[in-house]
Write a protein that binds this ligand. Structure first.
Ligand code: ADP
Ligand code: ASP
Ligand code: MG
Length: 437
């Protein structure tokens, strides 16, 4: 069985939802994972912000505005009065839930519950659309089988066990619809797989049921060799290895959630990226075959903070690095890049939640310098560690850019370069010119 995931734009309008219906209804039984309609999760984040700030009138207004949008989608999505009524009832229940959080204290659980409503709406609406059009479809509730553990990591074992009865119970159904992004945590409360997490839902389900392929349907024809939001004339890559795709997703390529390929990589299940607006295009295949040579793509990850610790004593005295890493570990803060010299270590983090706790502890070990608004630009290709000459091109492209850190040799497939975010757009363009033209 295949797993197909459709992103926000793909279900972002009545017209697009109809295209998705056309696309999936080929008579072949499949699982369809949907995101919220584009813009909805952002709206729900805004509503939550207003509730945290106790701006109740503004929150209620924002909720009303979103509800009006959904009411008008329902009006045009269904042909029959009976399905319009079903759709309206579904949307009303969702908005009653959202409105219930405008009373009483608002906390993380409230926010997570609100953020989940986008996917609950899109899947409910789409399931009715299929049924109204005579297709055999059924919803399976992601909140009953998607799990994260105490570390907020996907609990693949629990997911595999919990999804099984749902798949068995829907054996007579052609199209099994479920929500991307949302899950429950170790306390049993509603949670999510972080922004963009529907991609990850799809590959987790693919791995759980050993699907033949996971297809990620989006608004572009596949993985491009640079970020099309910042660089013109990027081109599509036909194939990437799991390792290359994992590096690119981790280092910021927005087309994939950072963890997307991991579940499928372990089970060697191919992942194909496809364009909902141009379904005949073959897209990008991600599998275990390293193909092609040289640099394949460039990506950038913003919101990075660089931290330098300069020791008065010898840095390389053993135990020093352990002490530094332990501080980050104790605050559950992952480190992305690391470089060392004899007297200093520089590293980067993207989660600054505990920075104010971490810095005083680092200061006990040496002088500390913190630089925010940094970007990691990542250049990826198969086994580039064994290639010659590309380093020269990278440095030529970036000759006018003040580089803060460089990391190379950690994996065989990438070079990561840290710079102030102001230089990102220039750097992505200059690298494209030097490496691909
Ligand atoms: P979806 O809502 O379908 O999940 P996303 O917006 O999350 O879609 O991801 C698709 C978008 O990712 C594209 O429209 C494109 O602007 C952006 N993007 C960033 N980097 C790349 C890249 N290297 N290749 C293709 N798209 C990219
Ligand atoms: N709707 C969620 C988001 O906007 C998840 C997703 O689209 O993948 O982040
Ligand atoms: Mg996405």
């Amino acid at each position: 069985m295949k797993v197909l995931k459709f992103g926000g734009t793909s279900v972002g309008s009545v017209e697009n939802m109809r295209s998705v219906m056309q696309l999936i209804t080929d008579g072949e039984r499949k699982i369809v994972v949907l995101s919220a309609m584009s813009g909805t999760t952002n709206n729900l984040v805004e509503i939550s912000e207003l509730l945290y700030q106790k701006k109740l009138m503004d929150a209620k207004e924002a909720i009303k505005k979103l509800e009006t949008k959904y009411d008008s989608v329902i009006e045009t999505l269904y042909a029959s009065e009976s399905y319009k009524q079903k759709g309206k009832k579904h949307i009303k229940e969702i908005f009653d839930t959202i409105k219930s959080y405008t009373e009483g204290e608002f906390d993380q659980n409230g926010e997570n519950a609100i953020l989940a409503q986008g996917e609950l709406m899109s899947t409910g609406m789409f399931n009715y659309l299929l049924q109204e059009n005579g297709f055999k479809s059924e919803l399976i509730p992601a909140l009953d089988f998607m799990r994260i553990d105490a570390e907020k990591m996907a609990d693949e074992k629990a997911i595999t066990e919990k999804i099984k009865p749902f798949i068995e119970a829907t054996s007579n159904t052609d199209y099994i619809i479920t929500q991307g992004f949302i899950c429950r945590n170790i306390e049993g409360n509603i949670d999510n797989l972080q922004r963009g997490g529907s991609d990850y839902t799809a590959t987790l389900i693919g791995a759980a049921i050993n699907s033949e392929v996971v297809e990620i349907w989006t608004d572009i024809d596949g993985f491009h060799n640079n970020d099309p939001r910042f660089v013109e004339n990027t081109s599509k890559i036909d194939q990437l290895s799991f390792a290359e795709a994992a590096e690119l997703a981790y280092f910021g390529a927005k087309i994939l959630h950072p963890s997307t390929v991991l579940p499928c990589r372990e089970k060697n299940i191919p992942v194909r990226l496809k364009n909902t607006m141009n379904p005949s295009d073959s897209g990008t295949l991600i599998d275990n075959k390293p193909m092609g040579r040289g640099i394949k793509a460039i990506a950038a990850k913003d919101g990075i903070t660089a931290i330098k610790v300069r020791s008065h004593r010898m840095l390389m005295a053993y135990g020093f690095l352990r002490k530094i890493f332990e501080i980050f570990e104790n605050f559950k803060t992952p480190i992305d890049m690391i470089t060392t010299s004899e007297i200093a270590i520089s590293l980067t983090i993207d989660n600054t939640r505990y920075l104010n706790d971490i810095v005083p502890l680092l200061e006990k070990l040496g002088e500390v310098e913190v630089d925010s608004d940094q970007t990691i630009v990542c250049v990826v290709g198969h086994n580039i560690i064994h290639e010659k000459g590309f380093e020269k091109k990278i440095f030529k492209a970036l000759e006018t850019v003040p580089i803060r850190m460089i990391s190379f040799g950690g994996s065989n497939h990438n070079m990561s370069i840290l710079m102030h975010s102001d230089y990102k757009k220039f750097s992505l363009n200059a690298l494209s010119k030097e490496l691909f033209e």
